[in-house]
Design a protein around this ligand. Structure first.
Ligand code: C5P
Length: 218
């Protein structure tokens, strides 16, 4: 039986990008290595939690002791998250594509020299974080979102916390070399205010966040 402060708790984590098919060989995606989300899943498991990690396509290995559901699209990611409920906490670290193609082509689209490129008709994807954070009997007690910003990091994070209905926002400044990199400088936005964490390894951000989650669920 798992020991640790999160023993007996179930935590859902999303990580990585989603891929939205244009045709069988092309897709739309956000830039995301999955490194931070996977590190969070590993850190929660290390504290004894039962962890379900719903991950888009990434090169990261499955963290030890974690149940991993691999998905492609945002709609698949939402379905896998809902299938994993109930959970005590949900940590949405995935870089979900905001839009998908309204209709993916069944066959590879042909490039015809001299012809204008085909238009991309887009449809809005479901917001997984906002869906999980919506009030209801299955809402996890603690719902945490991420905000990757290139400017006005804290102001945008405060607004995002209200808009998404989540409890905490982990905001990071991605204007520098954070994407795919080893370190992260984050601000933790909670009901109590904003904490500026020093720049540290993504694994250390994950360990500190997991410890805070354990405190919140205690
Ligand atoms: O919507 P935006 O990208 O500004 O917010 C980022 C946060 O929302 C992240 O926690 C991300 O995982 C989550 N998100 C989501 N589903 C979406 C878009 C964003 O869960 N469709």
């Amino acid at each position: 039986l798992a020991a640790g402060p999160l023993a007996g708790r179930h935590v859902l984590v999303t990580s990585g990008p989603t891929h939205e098919a244009i045709d069988p060989v092309r897709y739309i995606a956000n830039r995301s290595s999955g490194r931070q989300g996977h590190a969070i899943a590993a850190a929660l498991a290390a504290l004894g939690a039962r962890v379900t990690l719903v991950s888009g396509p990434v090169a990261q290995p499955d963290p030890p002791g974690v149940t991993v559901a691999r998905v492609e699209s945002a709609r698949d990611m939402l379905a896998a998250c809902e299938a994993a409920l109930p959970a005590d906490a949900a940590i949405c670290a995935a870089a979900v594509a905001d839009w998908r193609t309204a209709r993916a082509a069944d066959q590879k689209m042909k490039k015809v020299p001299g012809e204008v490129p085909p238009p991309l008709d887009l449809a809005l994807n479901p917001d997984i974080l906002a869906t999980l954070a919506a009030p209801g009997p299955r809402r996890p007690r603690l719902v945490v979102g991420f905000a990757a910003e290139t400017e006005a990091v804290v102001a945008n994070a405060l607004a995002k916390r209200a808009k998404k209905g989540c409890d905490w926002i982990v905001a990071n400044d991605v204007s520098g070399d954070v994407m795919g990199g080893a370190e992260n400088a984050v601000h933790l936005v909670t009901a109590a205010g904003v904490e500026d964490w020093p720049r540290m390894a993504k694994e250390e951000v994950a360990r500190r966040l997991a410890a805070r989650i354990a405190e919140a669920l205690a």
